[in-house]
Design a protein around this ligand. Structure first.
Ligand code: ADP
Ligand code: MG
Length: 177
């Protein structure tokens, strides 16, 4: 059983996953961390200050961890939904908060903009296949979110379409024209 925790950078995947690891007692793989640590990348994209992941190497790495963990792992990262998970949790967060968090992280303007657009356009959700459970984390307590995730995993719950940032920001524009 491979569970993916995905979502746009800044939505809270790492924060939620750390608590989930303790509460669920399952090994969590932070994709960004292992890609850097074990050099599971093809090259570094200087322009975007990010790594071009070697998906074959990454898959091998995850398989190895799964063997050691008796088949159950949680993979956490904004591409985790592309790594053939059995179950995918998509975290969502208000784009304005995502923007603030990424600016705090000192991402450059282009990277902030690209990620905020991705959140508005539901990119991770649209790319997720199979069983998918979407959660709006905006203004919610981390423990609360984790409890909901545990229940969702337990009952293999499926849910899509809990947020509509497009409508929110379209209305904002309409009202200001
Ligand atoms: P991601 O791993 O998706 O990029 P992080 O887990 O690193 O996101 O979270 C980004 C920032 O947002 C961190 O500073 C974290 O403390 C904060 N954060 C994450 N989840 C919540 C939450 N539910 N409530 C308040 N702050 C949060
Ligand atoms: Mg993270």
């Amino acid at each position: 059983m491979r569970i993916a925790i995905t979502g746009t950078p800044g939505v809270g995947k790492t924060t939620v996953s750390k608590v989930l690891e303790k509460k669920l007692g399952v090994k969590v793989i932070n994709i960004t961390e292992v890609v850097k640590q074990y050099k599971l990348y093809k090259e570094k994209d200087e322009d975007m200050d990010s790594y071009v992941i070697d998906f074959e190497k990454l898959e091998e790495f995850i398989k190895q961890v799964e063997k050691n963990e008796e088949g159950v792992v949680v993979i956490e990262g904004h591409v985790s939904h592309l790594l053939n998970p059995d179950y995918t949790v998509v975290l969502r967060c208000d784009p304005e908060i995502v923007k603030e968090r990424l600016e705090k992280r000192k991402y450059n303007r282009k990277k902030v903009l690209e990620n905020v657009q991705a959140e508005i356009l539901d990119v991770c959700l649209c790319e997720s296949k199979g069983k998918v459970y979407e959660i709006d984390t905006t203004g919610r307590d981390v423990n609360d979110i984790v409890d909901e995730i545990i229940t969702a995993i337990k009952f293999k719950k499926e849910r899509k379409g809990v947020v509509d940032w497009m409508e929110k920001y379209f209305n904002y524009l309409s009202e200001n024209i």
